[in-house]
Every structure is written in structure tokens, then in C-alpha cells.
Design a protein around this ligand. Sequence first.
Ligand code: AMP
Length: 216
Amino acid sequence: MKLILLGPPAAGKGTQAELIAEKYSLAHISTGDMLRAEIASGTELGLAAKTIIDRGDLVPDDIINAMVATRILADDCANGFLLDGYPRTIPQAEALMEAADIEAVIDIEVDPESIIARVSKRRVCPVCGHTQSVEKGEAEICEKCGAELIQRADDTEERMRHRLEVYAASTAPLIDFYQERDLIVPIDGGKTIPEVSEQIFDFIDGKFFPEDSENE
Ligand code: AMP
């Protein structure tokens, strides 16, 4: 199973990717997480990427393409993988076509104003990378590992507005790119986390396990 999760920033791609990867034993490949790991390790790539990421711009295609081309050859991808946050441009999608046969592109749709409303509540765990939403006054503790949550530097309203512009200009054209290849699966991302998962699981079960789905 070789899948892409597409959608604007803060659409819930990371959250859904964790759930899908666990249910179907797929490798979860988040280019954002890979870049943040480079930053945390203080590598040359991390240092170069940090300024770009904090601004809300995109890291150059050749760097990202090389990173993903290597990553999808790792042993844990043998049963399939789920790309989260990649591709983000047409040249990335073209490079990916050379590297792998993608079977479906799950497009999580959320309108921009809901995303702006979500971002002020979004927190990430600096220890395990888990992302969660916190309400005002609620303890900002990771529900997975108990560490204190932080807000990403690129998760302010101003940066998010810029990231949404970058998404509209560079990433949204991928919807037509994959539509032309008959791969797009639209998912309503405005619902609750379990409701969004259910739509995605129904699609995956129907496409990849049709006999099991019929027997249910
Ligand atoms: P994410 O965690 O997916 O929201 O990614 C955080 C940031 O990492 C993005 O805003 C970009 O600056 C950078 N990034 C992640 N994936 C890509 C990609 N496929 N192409 C270019 N930049 C990326």
C-alpha cells in the first residue's frame, strides 16, 4: 500500500497518518518530522532548513526529493508507506512518480478559516512528536508520553496565513495533477478525528481489502 496524505497545513494529516500507519502496519513518512529531527540534531541540513521552516516557506525540492527517495527504500517500507506532507509541489510529485507507484492520494479537505481557528490550539510534543489540540486552561501535557507540549514556531496565526498562501500556490495544484491520474480520494476533514478516520478506513478497506469489507 503506497499512499499519500494531501491537505493544507493543520488539516489533521499527522494525526490521521499515525492512526492509519498503526492500523495497516505502514511506515509513516512525514517530511516535516524528518526536517525537525535534522534541526534537533543540529545537522547542516537542519540549520539550513530551520530558517525556511520558521518562515513558513518550502524547503527546496531537490533536498526533499533526495530525502524521500532514500527513506522509501528502508526495510520498514516493505509493507507499504504513507507519505504525510510530501509531495508539496508539482516537481516533487514528478520525482515521486519516478521513485514509486502511488495507489491513492487521500485529500483531507478543511477550509482556511477553520485552520486559522485550529492553529492557536495546536501543540506538539518535543519528545515523541505527537500533535494534539488543547483548550484554554487545559494542562499542556502530551497524551502519549506525558511530556510538556510546545507550540511550533510556524504555528502562529500570521505564519499560518502565509503557509496557507504557499499551500494554495504550490501544493493545491497537486489535486488536479492526481485527479488527472484518477488517484484523488476526497475526505471531509472538518469532522472529528474518529469521523475523519472512519472515512479513510472505509476507503482503504474497500480498495485494498474488498472481500473482507463485503463479509462485514
Ligand atoms: P509539516 O510538519 O508537514 O507542516 O512541515 C513543516 C515545514 O517543513 C513546512 O512548512 C515546510 O517548511 C517544510 N516541509 C515539510 N515537507 C516539505 C516538502 N515536502 N517540501 C518542502 N518543504 C517541506
